[in-house]
Design a binder for this molecule. Structure first.
Ligand code: HDE
Length: 709
């Protein structure tokens, strides 16, 4: 296959395995030409099938074994290829080539995922999103395996199976799928206060993103950067999306489960397909070693973030995703990430969660991909050569030549020989460690209320409201009062006003005390134990970076705008708006009262992208309805058209109306929102563009919530 010039080294590498059947003859896996793939070999036309039919046997056998185990967590994912470019050398902190060489365009493969649901679950579940980036560097693979939230639920890897068992469907009935709103999860959370910080993020809109392209990513743990002189700095990794951080409402998330359960997967694919490549800047928070203990929290505690006010995020480069995979299974499913895939210049910290992960990721590939040779699968193999004395095992692809598979050897000329440090040999950071062997947790890990408090206080009122509603929804699904009481007590420790709202919604009282100290999960059963949760400390009132409102974005590129029309719509208004929006790279979709084509006032035919009965308002960002008496008369009789308007209002979206469309608006709850900032009646397209760029007019929400749509 001819190589295109701009293809990365990784794409060129993958091409060795890419196969296309275009113009080719069908064969068996053994290369035998096949002339009938529809009928098995039989003893007579109506007779029994013969065991000797190797063509049937091969086809069925392969099919019987097509499935591999889905990931135990992060099973549902979507991925894309791209590259990473560095703005400025970071040699002060690290010797890693990707962070020092500004001439490189490092190929990446990035997989986003939900955590709890199965492979076929809906995209808009309330959940953390995985954000895993595989860098194919010249020095080997570097995987940055993070999430879209900067903290994790637990502090020690030992608790991971418990956390996941509690959130996954309950083992007796296998219910609920891809949802945390159930008894076992809240039983666990309410007994493990270390979960509260990540949990409040999950209750926020960060857990229901508008798009995978509009979420931040975080490495979470503290890592180390090591420079040429061997000096180490602590570092936290951040991904900042250039499209900003945007979310949908819970009502939309629920409706999207049915309207388009592949909403995020489709959105990522379509954007890349349309040449609208999503971009993220990589940010670093650097902490000098000598500052390790200057914070109110422990840098090794993965349930804490470093507020950007304390350590600013320095943006050092940009990742662009510009190519969809060719084959979901071969690439997105078989890609194997591991936080232990490192390159010289980057190293770990002693974060006990990270330390456990270092074991888990290779281990899980053995059952998921079936062999220690998973690194040979095309999507997983590095772009630089690999040589060592590991041999054989299931599905070995490499044909290793020679007699020797041991070191040292003289028969193989001593090869592969060891790398000299000057030639890029890896060495672990020489950290001095002095301590007793103990199964314990540091007391510096026992503040569980302060950072959830900072997060909540940092939110705008509309975001706070969503958090309170999410807690109320989730706890409302819990069947046991004692679990809800424990949760209310804990929420009250985070923020009294939040607990009050949730208690009211649940029709319960906030308990003034609870029967037992809550930290049994790590053995802190007795009052006064060092791991007993400490009282909240308000060392920071707010952190702007935590609210979506302060994350500025420009433009409306890739936003999906529904143009609701029927035959006879006003051509001039339609065209003026369409041209203006498309100039801004928004995606205009014609939603017709019927499928096929609609005729405008000039009697020209326009292709319908979706008939109104096949789509829903929730898949769009904004709504435009041009005038035209005949068109509006038809829409007036179409109940779904009114539902479109009412729902768009309820979800605080931008709406524009021209001419007679006003009458239709008047016949809906729109009549109460004519003066709304994001409702544009007979206005220039520029006003609508501004309204779409707001993402949502949250100021409308309090009133709009009353719309029974
Ligand atoms: Fe994972 N995690 N994890 N995790 N994780 C996996 O590895 C695990 C944790 C994350 O798109 C598994 O290949 C343990 C934190 C992502 O393929 C498994 C612990 C963070 C993905 C595993 C954690 C993550 C995974 C399942 C606690 C954010 C999907 C399949 C010690 C920093 C990667 C696989 C992809 C996947 C174990 C905690 C992120 C079982 C034991 C913290 C994004 O190995």
């Amino acid at each position: 296959m001819a190589k295109k010039k701009d293809e990365s080294k990784k794409i060129q590498d993958l091409e060795k395995n890419i196969s296309t059947a275009e113009g080719k003859t069908m064969t068996t896996n053994q290369g035998l030409k096949v002339n009938d793939t529809n009928n098995s070999l039989k003893a007579g036309e109506r007779g029994a099938t013969l065991l000797e039919d190797f063509i049937l046997r091969e086809k069925i056998t392969h099919f019987d074994h097509e499935r591999i185990p889905e990931r135990i967590v992060h099973a549902r994912g979507s991925a894309a290829h791209g590259h990473f470019e560095l703005y400025e050398s970071q040699e002060k902190y690290t010797k890693a080539g990707i962070f020092t060489d500004t001439n490189r365009k490092t190929p990446v493969f990035t997989r986003f995922s939900t955590v709890a649901g199965s492979k076929g679950s809906a995209d808009t579940a309330r959940d953390v999103r995985g954000f895993a980036v595989k860098f194919y560097t010249e020095e080997g693979i570097f995987d940055l395996v993070g999430n879209n939230m900067p903290i994790f639920f637990i502090q020690d890897a030992m608790k991971f199976p418990d956390l996941i068992h509690s959130v996954k469907p309950e083992p007796d009935r296998e219910i609920p799928q891809a949802a945390s709103a159930h008894d076992t999860f809240y039983d666990f959370v309410s007994l493990s206060p270390e979960t509260l910080h990540n949990h409040i993020w999950v209750m926020s809109d960060r857990a229901i993103p508008r798009s995978l392209r509009m979420m931040e990513g975080f490495g979470i743990h503290t890592f180390r950067l090591i420079n040429k002189e061997g000096k180490s700095h602590f570092v936290k990794f951040h991904w900042k999306p250039l499209l900003g951080v945007k979310s949908i409402t819970w009502d939309e998330a629920v409706k999207l489960h049915g309207a388009d359960s592949d909403f995020h997967r489709r959105d990522l694919w379509d954007a890349i397909d349309a040449g609208q490549f999503p971009e993220w800047e990589l940010g670093l928070q650097i902490v000098p070693e000598e500052d390790e203990h200057k914070f109110e929290f422990d840098l090794l505690d993965p349930t804490k973030l470093i507020p950007e006010e304390m350590v600013p995020v320095q943006r050092i480069g940009k990742m662009t995703l510009n190519r969809n995979p060719d084959n979901f299974f071969a690439e997105t499913e078989q890609v194997a990430f591991h936080p232990g895939h490192l390159v010289p210049g980057i190293d770990f910290s002693n974060d006990p969660l990270l330390q456990g992960r270092l074991f888990s990721y290779t281990d899980t590939q053995l059952s998921r991909l079936g062999s220690p040779n998973f690194h040979e699968i095309p999507i997983n193999r590095p772009i630089n050569e690999t040589h060592n004395n590991q041999r054989d095992a299931h599905m070995r692809m490499t044909v290793n030549k020679g007699k020797t598979a041991y070191f040292p050897n003289s028969l193989g000329g001593g090869c592969p020989h060891l790398a000299k440090m000057a030639d890029g040999g890896f060495t672990s950071y020489e950290e001095r460690l002095d301590g007793k062997k103990v199964r314990a947790r540091s007391e510096s890990f026992s503040d569980h209320f302060s950072q959830p408090g900072i997060f909540y206080r940092s939110l705008e009122d509309w975001e706070k409201e969503h958090v309170a509603e999410a807690y109320s929804f989730e706890l409302g699904k819990v069947n046991y009062d004692h679990i809800k009481k424990r949760m209310l007590w804990l929420i009250n420790e985070i923020d009294k006003s939040l607990a009050k709202k949730v208690a009211e919604n649940l029709g319960m009282k906030i308990p003034s005390k609870i029967e037992k100290p809550i930290n049994q999960a790590i053995g802190a059963d007795d009052p006064g134990d060092k791991n007993e949760p400490k009282k909240r400390k308000d060392y920071l009132d707010k952190s702007e970076a935590l609210s979506q409102t302060h994350i500025k974005t420009k433009g409306i590129a890739t936003r999906q705008i529904a143009f609701l029309v029927s035959d006879g719509f006003n051509h001039e208004q339609f065209s003026k708006m369409k041209t203006a929006l498309e100039k801004e790279n928004a995606m205009v979709k014609v939603v017709g009262s019927h499928g096929g084509e609609v005729k405008c006032s000039k009697n020209e035919s326009h292709k319908v992208d979706a008939a109104i009965m096949t789509t829903e308002s929730v898949v769009f960002d904004a709504l435009y309805i041009p005038g035209g008496k005949k068109s509006i008369d038809t829409l007036m009789e179409t109940a779904k058209a009114k539902k479109f308007i009412n729902e768009s209002l309820k979800h605080c979206k931008a709406i524009a109306l021209d001419g007679e469309a006003k009458d239709l608006f008047e016949a809906t709850h729109g009549k109460d929102f004519k003066d709304d900032e994001a409702v544009c009646i007979d206005k220039q397209p520029s006003k609508f563009i501004k309204a779409i760029a707001m993402h949502r007019n949250w100021k409308r929400e309090k009133e709009a919530k009353k719309i029974p749509a």
